[in-house]
Design a protein around this ligand. Structure first.
Ligand code: ADP
Ligand code: MG
Length: 224
């Protein structure tokens, strides 16, 4: 009967997730449908095409994030220099940095630190965390990324931003599906992060001060 309880819990979670997904996808679909109907009536396709595209992109983002959530972690893990992986990730974000007048400050104490990991998935984690940091900073500034050994068998990657911060009572909700405070957010980024970090036997923690910034620390095991 313990198993039955587990089954019931699982079904409840699936139900909640399905309702969330349906809701998130229905909103942009309703918008697109409305604009296509309008366009049929008055032929102003060009005027509406940007809106339609941005709503389609939204559906695309949501489905991509959900797909990466459902994907089991490839059991073939590769040895990877974590510094290199972080540098690759930082490079991907330079267009957003320039737009928002933000600089990365990357500090590495020890190197090389080698992890056994699925590198695309870890990259996804760093991207999601850094995107949140960038999105939280509207007045420019600095994002500090630190990489160091935290014990013989673990390393820590920390991300300190100077963004809007997160009220303390909301910290436990981070990683909850569809929990977002952004008008265009999906609330899936951190959930994906938590899943990938778990699968790598790591952990993530949050500290934040409203109007000052957020510190996110990720601990991961070093390859033996
Ligand atoms: P999304 O970015 O789509 O909203 P996430 O799961 O990535 O979804 O983040 C959930 C919420 O957590 C965000 O909407 C935001 O309110 C908060 N958050 C996450 N990281 C930060 C950060 N670095 N600074 C401020 N708020 C953050
Ligand atoms: Mg996000």
């Amino acid at each position: 009967s313990e198993e039955l309880l587990l089954q019931t819990e699982k079904l409840a979670i699936v139900g909640e997730l399905a309702a969330g997904v349906a809701h998130e996808i229905r909103n942009p679909l309703t918008t697109i449908k409305g604009f296509v109907q309008l366009y049929k009536r008055n032929n102003k396709f060009i005027e509406y095409s940007d809106l339609i595209l941005s709503e389609l992109e939204r559906i695309e983002t949501i489905t991509c994030e959900l797909l990466s959530l459902g994907k089991p972690l490839a059991m073939v893990q590769n040895r990877m220099d974590i510094k290199e992986l972080l540098e690759n990730t930082l490079d991907l974000l330079s267009p957003q940095l320039i737009k928002k007048d933000i600089q990365f400050k990357f500090n590495v104490e020890d190197s090389p630190i080698i992890l056994s990991c699925e590198k695309n998935q870890l990259k996804q984690v760093f991207l999601n965390v850094l995107r949140n940091a960038i999105e939280a900073m509207d007045e420019g500034g600095e994002i500090q990324i630190n990489l160091r050994k935290s014990s013989d068998s673990t390393c820590m990657i920390s991300f300190q931003d100077q963004g809007c911060g997160i009220p303390e009572e909301l910290l436990p909700r981070l990683g909850e599906p569809f929990y977002t405070l952004k008008a265009k957010g999906t609330g899936l980024g951190l959930m994906v992060c938590h899943k990938i970090i778990n699968q790598h036997n790591g952990s993530i923690s949050y500290q934040s001060k409203v109007n000052e910034g957020t510190l996110i620390e990720i601990t991961l095991p070093i390859a033996s």
